[in-house]
Design a protein around this ligand. Structure first.
Ligand SMILES: Cc1cc2nc3c(=O)[nH]c(=O)nc-3n(C[C@H](O)[C@H](O)[C@H](O)COP(=O)(O)OP(=O)(O)OC[C@H]3O[C@@H](n4cnc5c(N)ncnc54)[C@H](O)[C@@H]3O)c2cc1C
Length: 416
């Protein structure tokens, strides 16, 4: 291995680094350095192992709204390489995709490995040299240029040099995948501003004992309202997943930052879940009245199974103190009102969030005003690009994070 003459060294073989490597032009001598023994360890666990690789939103304005404060800075990047380009990239490499709710795109195989395989094959086809199992220890630089990267190979520290460098070491969420925030100190040392990473898309903790009984249960299409100090703050419709520590699922993840803000203000937070948001109070009252009349000899617990998830029936009956054994004809108006109140307003007290290590993304990272997002080049260090989760860009769950990796990775790889 020559240690002096690369055209590009890419540091970090996650989603963004792999896309950068896949996108380099012909005849470039490129080295991709990854500290794990395989590339893309985090990519393989995305979307619960199914990889929600992008979001099928072709209206650029609508798409970029999801990147919140970064929206205005991303037009040029996404015009160069957007959702359509990523889909063409994967689809034309034998990886068909399908669209699920809220525009989430997954491989038809339902396996993140399909995405991984496309990228690994492309890196091989491009003859990119991959140095895995190798941790970059330090980045050497002067005030304008990176001058080399220090790595340990066979217990010997060596310096590798290149004309250009792409930094793709990721953020701090799920550190067991290799993303341990190594680049933050390097970038700070080079003069960049780093916004301290905080968990952004992260599951929510609740000590409510009844939740434990629901571990593993998923409810689709429920409406979740956030209440802080008794005031309704926000509502979203979607999926909720009950876990051993509380609740998760994409909708809850997308509400977690707001929940964390109220908790930080020491406000008392609870979620009110409307299990049947498609029914207004009157329609639900009529539906239950008819059900109890038409099933007058059946047990209430069996009757309620017609309208709500079976796993929730005993909890609703416990909350309303209604005996599970009573029959339809014994349900009073008062009981029916209590049932409606509980079905449309199931309260979950929130006690905190899981920590950063469990977050899908930790927001924070390098200030994007210091990066030219047309080229991904640092405005401080001439021969350095910064991509992927390292950029301080907040976004919701739904494929937006990986799309950001494809966009920033492609531009950094292709424009060198
Ligand atoms: C559980 C989970 C599920 C997710 N699901 C989705 C999803 O379905 N859709 C979506 O859009 N996003 C999802 N995300 C977010 C998405 O995975 C990230 O946005 C994306 O992986 C970021 O890619 P990256 O290349 O910037 O960084 P990373 O994937 O973190 O890769 C960085 C790489 O750099 C390497 N590295 C770090 N330091 C060094 C060093 N010193 N020397 C050498 N190598 C180093 C690491 O080992 C790692 O391989 C999910 C995240 C998590 C944690």
């Amino acid at each position: 291995m020559s240690n002096t003459d690369y055209d590009i060294i890419i540091i970090g073989g996650g989603a963004s680094g792999m896309m950068a490597a896949s996108s380099v032009r012909k005849n470039k001598k490129v080295l991709l350095i990854e500290k794990n023994n395989i590339l893309g360890k985090k990519l393989l666990i995305t979307g619960g192992g199914r990889c929600n690789l992008t979001n099928e939103e072709y209206d650029l304005r609508k798409l970029l709204k999801n990147y919140k404060k970064a929206e205005q800075f991303l037009y040029s990047a996404f015009t160069q390489y957007g959702v359509k380009d990523s889909l063409i990239f994967f689809n034309t490499r034998n990886m068909p995709t399908k669209v699920e709710n809220e525009g989430r795109v997954f491989p038809v195989s339902d396996s993140a490995r399909s995405v991984y395989n496309v990228l690994v094959k492309e890196i091989k086809n491009k003859d990119i040299e991959v140095l895995s199992d190798t941790k970059v220890l330090n980045i050497l630089h002067d005030t304008k240029q990176v001058t080399g990267v220090e790595v340990e190979v066979n217990k010997k520290k060596i310096i590798l040099t290149s004309k250009k460098y792409i930094l793709a070491t990721g953020g701090t969420s799920h550190p067991e995948t290799g993303s341990t925030g190594d680049a933050y100190d390097w970038l700070k040392h080079m003069g960049h501003t780093i916004h301290t990473p905080k968990p952004s898309l992260v599951p929510v903790k609740s000590n409510d004992a009844w939740l434990k009984k629901l571990q593993g249960i998923v409810l689709q299409n429920v409406k979740i309202h956030i209440f802080a100090d008794g005031e309704k703050k926000n509502s979203k419709k979607g999926k909720i997943l009950f876990t051993h520590f509380g609740i998760s699922g994409p909708t809850v993840l997308n509400m977690s930052k707001e929940i964390s803000d109220y908790l930080n203000l020491k406000q008392k937070v609870y979620l009110s879940v409307d299990l049947l948001s498609e029914y207004d109070h009157g329609t639900l009252n009529k539906t239950l009245t008819d059900l109890f009349q038409n099933n007058s000899k059946k047990k209430i617990s069996n009757i309620l199974g017609n309208v709500i998830n079976k796993n929730l029936i005993s909890i609703i009956l416990q909350n309303t103190k209604i005996d599970e054994g009573i029959t339809g004809n014994a349900v009073t108006k008062e009981m029916r009102m209590m049932l409606i109140e509980n079905i449309k307003n199931l309260k979950i007290n929130i006690h905190g969030l899981l920590d950063e290590s469990e977050a899908v993304i930790a927001d924070g990272g390098v200030d994007i005003k210091e990066i030219d997002l047309k080229t991904m080049k640092s405005k401080i260090i001439d021969n350095l690009c910064v991509i992927g989760d390292l950029l301080n860009i907040d976004r919701p769950s739904g494929g937006y994070s990986l799309q950001l990796c494809w966009t920033t990775g492609y531009i950094a790889g292709n424009t060198q």
